[in-house]
Design a protein around this ligand. Structure first.
Ligand code: DGL
Length: 267
């Protein structure tokens, strides 16, 4: 039994989709969230830069006394999970492996689509994770960089989002995938629009799968909080807490308050 919080970081507000699932699946666990709102987006940056940011974010979370770290950001998970694991002596979870396991389990025709940021798609991380589980699966990957600003603008369920989605998803539809991994923190908010375009295709939300995997692994390691523990949620950002409060509630589906500012360059 361990009452210390779980640390979660993301490039900004998107990781709140992972927080939502963690709160739902791990009801007794306290959470410390760090959103790197000063340096977002990670999706268009190099591996070196994203890895440097991931190290700083992890150091900050460790300074808050966390017992484990969840890299909620797909881009950071895809590029720097192994480096963070090698650098820090604490359990570190990413979102790629849980998403890959769910996709392999869901696909019947062994054709899986992946969508994510440019960096996530370039990294090939989802492909590697899926192929390691089942080499016979055909994978089609597409970067969808406009999805993030659309969601942050609050335009997820609009005609504009639908038109953009139709363009991006055309090659995936044509390739006949029966399963599509929403490989970016923001994409669960586009579920309706993506579903309208893709039709009868299973959409995998790695956030949900990650929360389930974190629960299983923490329990194996004897690191879960006790039953009926009352969780505490703390939020930190590297810029603009007011904006985070305003947009964060759309991702979390409940109000977010008490957000504190951190000078992440000190870590
Ligand atoms: N959080 C990022 C991800 O899941 C999306 C936003 C960004 O590019 O930083 O890949």
């Amino acid at each position: 039994m361990d009452l210390r919080p779980i640390g979660v970081f993301d490039s900004g507000v998107g990781g709140m989709t992972v927080v939502k699932e963690l709160m739902d699946v791990l009801k007794e666990e306290s959470l410390v969230y760090f959103g790197d709102t000063a340096r977002v987006p990670y999706g268009s940056k190099s591996k070196q830069t994203v890895t440097k940011y991931s190290f700083q974010n992890t150091r900050f979370l460790l300074s808050q006394g966390v017992k484990a770290v969840v890299i909620a950001c797909n881009t950071a998970s895809a590029t720097s999970l192994e480096d963070v694991r090698a650098q820090f002596d604490i359990p570190v979870f990413g979102v790629i492996e849980p998403g890959a396991v769910a996709a392999v389990n869901a696909s019947r025709n062994k054709k899986v689509g992946i969508i994510g940021t440019e960096r996530t798609i370039l990294s090939g991380a989802y492909e590697k994770a899926i192929k390691a589980l089942d080499p016979s699966i055909d994978i089609k990957s597409v970067a969808c960089p406009l999805f993030v600003p659309l969601v942050e603008e609050g335009w997820a369920d609009t005609e504009v989002a639908y038109m953009v989605a139709r363009e991006y998803l055309k090659p995936l539809k044509e390739s006949g995938v029966d399963t599509l991994v929403l490989g970016c923190t923001h994409y669960p908010l586009l579920m309706n629009t993506i579903s309208k375009v893709m039709g009868d295709v299973t959409l995998v939300n790695p956030a949900r799968e990650t929360a389930l995997m974190v629960k299983e692994r923490l329990s194996e390691m004897g690191l879960c909080a006790q039953r009926q523990a009352v969780p505490e949620y703390r939020y930190f950002v590297s810029d603009n807490p007011e904006k985070f409060e305003e947009i964060g509630k759309n991702f979390l589906k409940r109000p977010v308050s008490g957000i504190k500012l951190v000078d992440i360059e000190q870590y």
